[in-house]
Design a protein around this ligand. Structure first.
Ligand code: SF4
Length: 356
């Protein structure tokens, strides 16, 4: 693209963004912590899902320092249901580093941001440009799609070569104007989210249609080309929900395991009999409640849910090597606990009142 064409693209897209940007709770925030939090939550998660989590998290832990001082259990409980819990653990570790090494203020440069736990090229570019006005590029799925179409890039944008090409393009297109990079990056993201959408781009509503090579060549809807993702691996599990009217038995998953640090009804990928025996239960006393399916990025979990009574026992053995703690938890505390969306589904299927 010639320099005048790049300027025309910047002008048109920035004025479209000024008039049509999405009204999102983190828009207009100048607090780098709030922007960092929103960008972390938005990774692989839809905007509508993120909004209530973002607002609650910021209300409960409004500064980097408060996040750094919070327990992991509290951070995970504020993240409960949002998925990809590694993001929360990394955010927590990074906040501690920011307090330790940067006096509680997020650094402004991409290089310094990338030294923080869990901060990759995308998040560093977003925080640096949006919060600090630095000339830093971002490429997420939306930006990659828009650029692949605008420039008719036909190679796989997820391949090493395709990704390098898109990142280089994103860097070249950054406007020179003071503090404009943040708006430019958000304009590309918004165009991808609202107009240049995955299946059927709304080219007739697009502010840069006249400059779009993919559109001119009739390629737009087929771009970007991507190698088909592998189907998630099927996993069969069984979960035992032992509950009374007021309490339910939950076990905490070991750090490093899938859902590490979160509490759930004891479960196993092995046979129900072995799990029941590890808890000292007779399978005949358990009632089958049905099956549910929960899909993660790499696994499709099919979980059989069985239910039994909690009885009067005071202590319970660990129900398997996946766990490092076990406890009868009052159902009144479930809503504030650290649980995955899968746990919510399991408790709902088991009919536990007041589930998270
Ligand atoms: Fe996307 Fe169509 Fe706009 Fe090109 S003209 S950027 S394909 S919406």
């Amino acid at each position: 693209m010639t320099r005048p064409a790049a300027r025309a693209l910047q002008r048109k897209l920035l004025s479209w963004y000024a008039a049509s940007k999405r009204d999102l709770p983190w828009r207009g925030a100048r607090d780098p912590y709030a922007i960092w939090l929103s960008e972390t939550m938005l990774q692989q998660t839809r905007v509508e899902t993120v909004i209530p989590y973002y607002q609650r998290f910021l209300r409960e832990l409004p500064t980097v320092r408060e996040l750094a001082e919070a327990t992991e259990e509290r951070v995970l409980s504020l993240w409960s249901g949002l998925g990809y819990y590694r993001r929360a653990r990394m955010l927590h570790a990074a906040a501690r580093r920011v307090v330790r090494e940067h006096g509680g203020r997020l650094p402004a440069s991409v290089d310094d941001l990338r030294r923080l736990e869990g901060v990759g090229a995308y998040t560093a570019g977003a925080v640096s440009s949006i919060a600090f006005g630095r000339r830093a590029a971002v490429v997420d799925g939306n930006v990659a799609r828009v650029l692949a179409r605008l420039f008719a890039i036909e190679e796989d944008v997820k391949s090493a070569r395709g990704s390098a090409r898109v990142w280089a393009l994103a860097g070249d297109l950054l406007p020179d104007g003071e503090g404009q990079a943040g708006d430019w990056n958000q304009a590309l993201m918004d165009l991808g989210a609202t107009v240049c959408v995955p299946r059927e781009p709304r080219c007739e509503r697009c502010p840069v249609e006249a400059l779009c090579t993919g559109r001119a060549r009739g390629l737009a809807a087929g771009l970007p080309r991507m190698v088909r993702k592998k189907a998630p691996r099927p996993v069969r599990r069984v979960a035992i929900v032992l509950a009374s009217r007021t309490s339910v038995l939950l076990a905490r998953r070991r750090a490093g395991a899938l859902f590490g640090g979160l509490w759930e009804p004891p479960g196993t990928d092995g046979p129900l009999e072995a799990l029941a025996a590890s808890l000292g239960l007779d399978v005949g006393a358990l009632e089958r409640r049905g099956e549910l399916v929960h899909v993660l990025s790499h696994r499709r979990m099919q979980v059989e849910v069985v239910r039994g009574g909690l009885g009067r026992r005071r202590s319970w053995p660990l129900p398997g090597p996946e766990y490092d703690a076990v406890e009868a938890v009052p159902v009144s505390r479930l809503a504030r606990g650290a649980h995955s969306a899968l746990t919510r589904k399991i408790l709902a299927l088991a009919g536990v009142p007041g589930g998270p």
